[in-house]
Design a protein around this ligand. Structure first.
Ligand code: HEM
Ligand SMILES: [Cu+2]
Length: 536
């Protein structure tokens, strides 16, 4: 619950920044008191992309592990340690951003330099999250020892995969922060190798998006079936898709660096091919969700080609919100295929299309699923219940979010195709002709963003209700079961050495040669640049 408090406070602050951004970009509003647009945007990206997600996910992981394999008092203590290390790091980072000493955006690309405390704070957040992951692994290990021969519960298996993915991926960001950014920002190193830092960042940055997405998939595979009164479609298929996500989410960071001149095109091509492999587990997930829906509906006696579709509990927000999230993943995923394709990437690269894309994926698919989880998880943890009224408000919240996001993200996609840059305060670019094509859409973006902000206020209100004011009672923690006649899950799914071995082999294959090449043939490093630029 402590993790979730941080997540919802972040939602509110970050949402407010988002509102300011769409206002500024509409051209009708300037920030008061000399506040800098890029400071606001850094708060937004860091607090929503990094803080909200990581805290919610770790809290959700702990709740799933507690329910399935249990947590000992000692483990709980170490989990608190993880929490406080993360909080100290978050506060350090937040203070530097609020003081205007770290307006470097959440990707902190070199050679823009932040105050050293910004990087040290980030490093602490990562270390804290590792401690949390180690606790999870220990929980599974002790459960296995106490239950010889039994398979790890599905959700504990999934948490293990996601923490593994996070650990392996965040080694990259830890390396660049510790070896490159901290010495450079402290003045011990004069220059920084920009391409190495960006490569290490994206080695982390892509798997990061799967770290966000997999907890949503946990809820889709193992919670939603219970909510709709069905069973898990296939335990083995769910595990296999998670294993494939582990394989194919890390050795692919180059698809964020397709326009970078210092990386050999062959290796970009190889990493793009590996990127597209992720379509397999994604479509497996889509297939198994709809299979669950259909089987459950037919079992309840709803026949016909689509009759089973009508039986779904549309009025239950625990289902409705994540379901809308699933729908948003259809355009979101299609946009992702465009982003990852080298030629089409050239059209949308660094335009606000990209922002439109991830507001559909992380800010809708993932967020609406996390909200869907919150409706039962928060009352479950606080000993309260989800009332009919809050449920209804949740449905309204989902609809408001969908309308706001459709308008805002739609406007962003169109502007991007017309060439509007992302990460840019309002500008008419000296009256350039091309600008007239997109500038009107910035108004639509502001309207969508405002509706979206109303969605955030609603959600924060619901959170406060569920955490402090809803009637006392017992809220179910919905975990679906397997079919009675399900095929047994093969034992080799628990062969962690094999999964980790393949993951590491794929990473070494995709990164070793180009990385050596980048280091050997790098241009000179860069001295630090402070924001506003010129203070180097
Ligand atoms: C009221 C709701 C929101 C509004 C109005 C909003 C608006 C925006 C806008 C306009 C930008 C682009 C600014 C620019 O490139 O100049 C942006 C960037 C971003 N947003 Fe949001 N957003 C909202 C909610 C969210 C949520 C819920 C998340 C994540 C969970 C999120 C994550 C991000 C991230 C990671 C960036 C990129 C920052 C960067 O490029 O450095 N946003 N948002
Ligand atoms: Cu990516």
């Amino acid at each position: 619950m402590s993790f979730i408090y941080v997540a919802f406070i972040s939602l509110f602050i970050g949402g407010l920044m988002g509102l300011l951004q769409v206002f500024v970009r509409s051209g009708r509003f300037t920030l008061p008191w000399g506040i800098d647009y890029y400071q606001v945007l850094t708060v937004h990206g860091v607090i929503l992309g990094l803080v909200l997600t990581t805290y919610f996910i770790i809290g959700f992981h702990f709740s799933l592990m507690g329910k399935t394999v249990g947590i000992s008092d000692k483990q709980r203590k170490v989990a608190w340690l993880a929490f406080w290390v993360m909080v100290i790091g978050t506060v350090m980072t937040a203070v530097t951003i609020l003081l205007g000493k770290a307006s470097v955006l959440y990707t902190f690309y070199a050679p823009l330099k932040a105050h050293p405390v910004f990087y040290i704070g980030l490093a602490l957040v990562v270390v804290g999250s590792w401690v949390a992951g180690f606790v999870n692994w220990r929980q599974v290990y002790l459960w296995k020892k106490a239950h010889p021969g039994e398979k790890t519960p599905l959700l504990a298996f999934m948490v293990t995969i996601n923490t593994l993915l996070w650990f392996i991926a965040s080694l990259g960001v830890a390396a660049t922060v510790l070896i490159q950014f901290i010495p450079w920002s402290l003045g011990y190193a004069e220059t920084i190798n920009v391409l190495v830092s960006r490569t290490l960042f994206w080695y982390f940055g892509h798997p990061l998006v799967y770290f966000w997405l997999l907890p949503a998939y946990m809820a889709w595979y193992a919670v939603i079936p219970k909510i709709i009164g069905g069973k898990i479609f296939s335990d083995s298929l769910a595990r296999m898709s998670f294993v494939l996500f582990l394989f194919f989410s890390i050795p692919v960071g180059f698809h964020h660096q397709l326009v970078e001149p210092g990386i050999d095109a062959t290796w970009k091509f190889i990493q793009v091919v590996l990127t597209f492999m992720v379509a397999i587990p994604s479509l497996m997930t889509a297939f198994s969700m709809f299979a669950t829906f259909e089987i459950t509906g037919r079992r309840k006696g709803f026949g016909g080609l689509f009759g089973w579709f009508k039986h779904l509990p549309w009025k239950d927000v625990r289902f409705f919100a994540p379901f809308v999230g699933m729908l948003a993943f259809i355009p979101g995923g299609a946009g992702g295929l465009i982003n990852a394709s080298h030629q089409m990437n050239a059209v949308i690269h660094n335009t606000i299309w990209v922002t439109g894309h991830f507001h559909l994926t992380v800010a809708t698919t993932v967020m609406l699923t996390f909200f869907g989880i919150s409706y039962w998880l928060i009352p479950h943890l606080t000993g309260r219940t989800l009332t009919k009224k809050i449920n209804k408000l949740g449905i309204i919240q989902t609809i408001v979010w969908t309308i706001g996001m459709t308008i805002m993200s739609g406007a962003m996609h169109i502007q991007g195709l017309l060439g509007a840059p992302r990460r840019s305060s309002y500008s008419e670019y000296g009256g350039g002709e091309q600008v007239t094509e997109w500038i009107g859409y910035q108004m639509a973006q502001a309207i969508g963003g405002t509706i979206l902000f109303i969605g955030i206020i609603l959600m924060v209100y619901i959170f406060v209700k569920l955490a402090f004011f809803a009637p006392k009672g017992e809220e179910e923690f919905p975990i679906a079961e397997e079919e009675e006649d399900a095929e047994p899950t093969p034992k080799w799914f628990e062969n962690w050495k094999l999964w980790i071995g393949i993951t590491v082999a794929l990473i070494l294959f995709a990164y070793t040669i180009p990385f050596v090449d980048i280091i050997q043939n790098s241009p000179p490093g860069s001295v630090p640049f402070d924001w506003p630029i010129g203070n180097n």
